[in-house]
Design a protein around this ligand. Sequence first.
Ligand SMILES: C[S@@+](CC[C@H](N)C(=O)[O-])C[C@H]1O[C@@H](n2cnc3c(N)ncnc32)[C@H](O)[C@@H]1O
Length: 323
Amino acid sequence: MKDNFQHQTVLLEEVVKGLEIKANQNFIDGTLGGGGHTEKILEKNGPRGKVLAFELDQRAIKASQKRLNKYQKRLFIVNQSYIHLAEEWQKKQKEIGEIAGIVLDLGLSSDQLDSSGRGFSFKDQGPLDMRFDPKHQTLTAEDIILTWSESELCKIFREYGEEPKAHILAQGLIKNRSSWIKQKQKFTTSMFVLTILRILNIKETSLGRFRIHPATKVFQALRIAVNDELNNVKTVLPQAVDILPSGGKIAVISFHSLEDKIVKYFFKESSQTCVCPPQAPICNCDTEAKLKIITKKAIKPSSEEVKNNPRSRSAILRIAEKI
Ligand SMILES: C[S@@+](CC[C@H](N)C(=O)[O-])C[C@H]1O[C@@H](n2cnc3c(N)ncnc32)[C@H](O)[C@@H]1O
């Protein structure tokens, strides 16, 4: 594994502007990664503003601790999933105080994608792993491929990968895996990629004609399943709204439509004042809006940002304010 942690922070200025950071305000970063968003917040919320940061990946925590060393008195890092946001904040409430904003930069970092042995990239030669937190999570992508049923595999390829050939792939993998298991073969990421190509009848030499690698969607599906990513987003959003005081901001960056849909509909639902069926003559639901949507249209990276950092191209930022 390489020494230097590498990740280029996405939509940095847009997030900072959206959070409207003022001196001495406190913030939560639910996805610390390499610390890019947190660093900018700490630059702006001094001299006494704090950041409570969540991160699953021990390597990212180490890199951020080093990078943000000069802010250590104002930075509280927990090696926990952001699904424990409310609980962890309550534990530290006395030390940290009221929160003015929360940022979530979902998904994985470039460091994770490019680190060999983590199994996130189809270029990887190591085990098919894909855990954000290799120390505490037990289920790996290899476990899923070797033990889940055909219908379970088909379901995740279809729902989490939006893979049109989900059924063919699930069927093909089940056929292939019995021989791997029998021969006690060491299962690797590259072996998995070759199997996918074989099932889809694609020659390695013809990969150039594909806009995206034919294994991309299956890889996305496995990563989401291993880390339960969509459920995590659904779990954290209501907690974030609950702990924010009136005027507090929440900024969420998604990297694919499955995540963005969850954020978009959550913001929409939380900003509604009435959820009665349209045929109801009068409103009797007493629903109160909890959020005001700040980004009527989602913010995307500028063409300059995409040019400098092509991986930012699918980022989608939505911001809302607690009412
Ligand atoms: C896109 S990166 C964040 C990059 C960061 N904003 C920066 O500027 O360096 C996403 C990070 O979120 C972490 N992560 C993913 N799911 C998480 C969860 N449920 N709880 C805490 N961290 C999570 C990943 O390990 C990864 O490091």
